[in-house]
Design a protein around this ligand. Structure first.
Ligand code: 13P
Length: 335
């Protein structure tokens, strides 16, 4: 059996990143309906299989995060996790059951899914998953995230991580500080740093092997309703400051979420981060929307245009991979 650190390195080294295709059926339905495609199980599978069988999977994608429905599906009698492994990537699975109202601070959310998790993880391991994902969400306002939300989400992330490592899988630890709001990038830095530090305090308390995790954070950005305009250089500096100050050195890798940035913004910002990264952390992408949006729009126009959709996905994956190596340019983006 590979060590957890070997699995991490297979997923995120050599310019590879993660395709987050783990939208719950509710979220995927919203995405499909936004492009006027019926959200049937067959359509969800066909779109996802189109991505999983694309050429750039081999060179640009080290891991794919799946949803419960997809990991159990087959395409032309082939199991989806086998299709992913045969294309050179490691199958992973989202195991949280979503963010629910946090009763002691009802304007915030707590992520659920710990009950029965040990048994579910065994089932996913047997289906081929070698890593898992759990996402905590935090909103920024004057009062939020509250200490209750910061503590309880960190605690849940640590208990999840312990169970995942016990099963022989790598936990992706995703504390997402949302970009909704009119806050400045400096506030995002302050609040994200507080959130990440608390996560590591709990992970260490729960004896997590830090060499066998991947951190999946947000970049440090001004809120999406803020008037502040900052450059990609400033975003990279703030993001690196946050991570260098808050993440223990044992952690091998950091894979950013795109969190509502456009495809090109998420690529450009990752590229600037990679160029400026002087630490030993491997830094890469774990994008959902920023890898899938254009491909989905193209597919929606003609559901049988598999080749055209793959071409668009291949380009996006290639751009993200170049960005993870600090080799992306505006020129190569347009070619
Ligand atoms: P986005 O890149 O669309 O933010 O999705 C990543 C993800 O996995 C969120 O949990």
């Amino acid at each position: 059996m590979s060590s957890l650190n070997d699995i991490v390195l297979k997923i995120i080294s050599s310019g590879k990143g993660i395709l987050a295709a783990d939208e719950s059926t509710g979220t995927m339905t919203k995405r499909l309906e936004s492009v006027k495609v019926e959200s049937s199980s067959k359509n969800r599978l066909t779109f996802r299989h189109t991505l999983f069988s694309s050429e750039k999977m081999r060179t640009c994608i080290g891991g794919v995060i799946l949803y419960d429905e997809t990991i159990k599906q087959e395409f032309n009698s082939k199991k989806i996790p086998d299709i992913i492994s045969n294309n050179g990537a490691i199958p992973g699975i989202k195991v949280d059951t979503g963010a629910k109202v946090l009763s002691s601070s009802p304007n915030e959310k707590i992520t659920e899914g710990l009950d029965g998790l040990r048994e579910r993880l065994k089932e996913y391991y047997n289906l081929g998953a070698r890593f898992a994902k759990w996402r905590g969400v935090y909103t920024i306002s004057e009062k939020f995230p509250s200490k209750i939300s910061i503590y309880s989400n960190a605690h849940a992330l640590a208990r999840y991580s312990a169970l995942v490592q016990e099963t022989g899988m790598v936990p992706i630890v995703e504390p997402e500080v949302l970009m909704d709001g009119d806050h400045s990038a400096d506030i995002c830095l302050k609040k994200t740093s507080e959130v990440i530090k608390k996560c590591f305090e709990e992970l260490i308390l729960h004896k997590i092997d830090l060499k066998g995790i991947i951190l999946k954070p947000n970049m440090i950005l001004p809120g999406n309703k803020s008037d502040e305009k900052i450059t990609s250089e400033e975003i990279a500096d703030l993001t690196l400051k946050c991570l260098n100050d808050s993440v223990p050195k044992e952690v091998p890798g950091i894979a950013f979420l795109s969190g509502g940035q456009s495809e090109v913004e998420a690529t450009k910002n990752l590229n600037t981060i990679s160029k400026k990264n002087k630490s030993d952390f491997l830094m890469t992408y774990s994008y959902g929307r920023a890898l899938q949006q254009s491909a989905l729009k193209n597919w929606a126009k003609n559901l049988s245009d598999i080749e055209g959709t793959q071409k668009i996905f291949n380009h996006r994956a290639k751009m993200c991979s170049l960005a993870a190596q600090g080799k992306w340019t505006e020129k190569v983006e347009k070619n």
